[in-house]
Ligand binder design. Structure first.
Ligand SMILES: C=C(O[C@@H]1C=C(C(=O)O)C=C[C@H]1O)C(=O)O
Length: 91
């Protein structure tokens, strides 16, 4: 039987994996910023972001593209913020 404790433990495990993946994603998003002619928020690409949400919806149909777009908007903005900070700190 699923208990509150075991369900929360399962969520904690998934969140730990998500945190690792988010850290890796942010590092890759920073690498992309360094390759683009216009970096950071100024070089935002809404079409690419839409494709990301659509692609993820194929893996997560219950969440769907609209909710995934909202989730990914926060993820992408956090990555852009971090990339801008790190690029500024090194230049
Ligand atoms: C990383 C890029 O720059 C921005 C960040 C994105 C992301 O974090 O996935 C996607 C599109 C751009 O708004 C990119 O253009 O691929």
């Amino acid at each position: 039987m699923t208990t509150l404790t075991s369900a929360r433990a399962a969520i904690d495990e998934i969140d730990a994996a998500l945190a690792t993946l988010l850290e890796r994603r942010a590092a890759l998003a920073e690498a992309v910023q360094r390759l683009k002619p216009v970096r950071g928020f100024a070089g935002r690409d809404p079409e690419r972001e839409r494709q990301i949400a659509e692609g993820m919806a194929a893996q997560a149909p219950a969440l769907g593209a609209e909710r995934l777009a909202r989730i990914m908007n926060v993820v992408i903005e956090a990555g852009l913020e971090l990339a801008e900070e790190r690029i500024r700190a090194r230049s």
